[in-house]
Design a protein around this ligand. Structure first.
Ligand code: ADE
Length: 419
């Protein structure tokens, strides 16, 4: 019997079918898996993974397992688990999974502690809850750890803060910093999956709506681009002058959240920061405004303030909470303010997760070989891994690129040629 806590093992067949569907769009992952099967680079390595439990994650878990690893998996968000995928991994791959969609806070952290029972040598995190729990509650396990990987912007920021405070005890590879991760996953993945989540939750027409995107990092850029493509009138809010300027030149209206609040129809936060939408903004919003978040944590919208201001609340439809204000206005919060793309939709499509998770698999291989010699810092993904992932993806897309001629190599190396 495999150690696990999942919703219903009876969902395994559906999870297997859906994971196989995702695998069709993960050619880089497939090629890494084939090599891992032959070379067994992770033989005997115990990995504790804290990731969104999706069909794409299932393919990553099987790749690590094919490389010889013993993998344990828990959820990196209480609302993002696909219960059928969790069941499939337990039943068909004998991977211990601890994740149930909608789990409460206590269960969420108990599940993190459960994967630590594996006594891992490698951690794989998305948001840094696993690493922070390990440091604060299971520090006795730290001596066994060789290294870890981190998937997302928020997690990298937290881990860099741990390193700056001198408390990080082992090296972490920041997968998010790979070009083949953030340029595609954060931009095109978040762009598409966030709109998908808003649409699945509400079924509203995007065309003609005033769509407010808070934050113009890679995720905000992707979301603004896709909302515009759907015909929305897109407003961007920012705190960084360079990003704000970029948004202006990309053709968006840029203003403060205070100015956007009374004119927006749909608001989505993508900042990684706390209370980006708060009481003063709710006070100005139109009747029927829709508010959602696509950042990692559910802190970007000040939900306690919204709860305080409301005279009543009800579930308007699944994953849509309607808050009634004393003046009769209704504000609709999607997916409890948790990341809407994974809570109300299925997260990023497999084709982009293929590259993000290829970086994960290759970074784990790198840590198994080199982790012992690394200081407890946050490291970028080695450049050759990024290049390899890009080349494998291009090959899968049957896209050839040019090669520098000897004359061009010489030209680029010299300084003599001028005007
Ligand atoms: N993060 C965003 N989309 C995801 C997906 N499909 N699987 C795992 N993590 C994700």
């Amino acid at each position: 019997m495999v150690d696990c806590d999942v919703k219903d093992l009876g969902l395994a067949a559906r999870g297997a079918l859906r994971s196989a569907w995702a695998e069709r769009d993960m050619p880089v992952m497939r090629s890494i898996r084939e090599r891992f099967e032959r070379e067994q680079p992770l033989a005997g390595t115990k990995i504790a993974a804290c990731l969104h439990v999706t069909t794409e994650t299932a393919n990553l878990m099987r790749t690590l397992q094919a490389g010889g690893a013993d993998v344990w998996l828990c959820a990196s968000n209480p609302l993002s688990t696909q219960d059928d995928v969790a069941a499939d991994l337990v039943s068909n791959s004998r991977i211990p999974v601890f994740a149930i969609k909608g789990e409460d806070h206590t269960t969420y952290y108990n599940h993190i502690l459960a994967v630590l029972r594996a006594r891992p040598q490698i951690t794989m995190d998305d948001g840094a809850d696993l690493v922070s729990t390990l440091h604060s509650e299971s520090a006795d396990l730290l001596d066994d750890i060789v290294g870890g990987t981190e998937e997302t912007t928020t997690g990298v920021i937290r881990l860099r803060a741990m390193a700056a405070d001198g408390v990080l005890r082992y090296p972490i590879v920041a997968v998010n910093e790979a070009m083949t991760k953030h340029l595609f996953d954060n931009r095109y993945g978040t762009g598409q999956s966030t709109l998908d989540g808003v649409i699945r939750a509400t079924n509203v027409l995007i065309a003609g709506r005033v769509f407010v995107v808070a934050g113009y990092g890679w995720c905000g850029r992707g979301l603004a681009m896709r909302a515009k493509g759907h015909g929305a009138d897109v407003i961007v809010t920012e705190v960084d002058p360079l990003r704000a300027l970029e948004a202006v030149m990309d053709g968006f209206r840029v203003m403060t959240m205070g100015e956007a609040a009374p004119i927006g129809d749909i608001f989505v936060t993508a900042t990684g920061n706390i209370h980006v939408i708060r009481a003063e903004h709710f006070a100005e919003m139109k009747d029927g405004a829709i508010v959602a978040n696509t950042g990692h944590f559910n802190v970007e919208i000040d939900i306690p303030a919204l709860e305080d201001m409301a005279v009543s609340r009800r579930e308007a439809r699944e994953l849509v909470e309607e808050f009634l204000m004393s003046d009769g206005r209704r504000i609709h919060l999607l997916a409890e303010g948790r990341l809407v793309n994974l809570s109300a939709a299925e997260g990023h499509p497999a084709s982009v997760m293929d590259m993000s998770f290829a970086n994960q698999a290759l970074s784990v291989e790198y840590l198994v070989k080199n982790g012992a010699g690394l200081a407890p810092q946050v490291y970028d993904v080695p450049g050759d891994i990024d290049q390899t992932v890009a080349r494998l993806k291009l090959a899968a897309l049957e896209t050839d690129i040019d090669v520098l001629t000897p004359e061009q190599v010489e030209y680029l190396a010299g300084w003599q040629h001028g005007t």
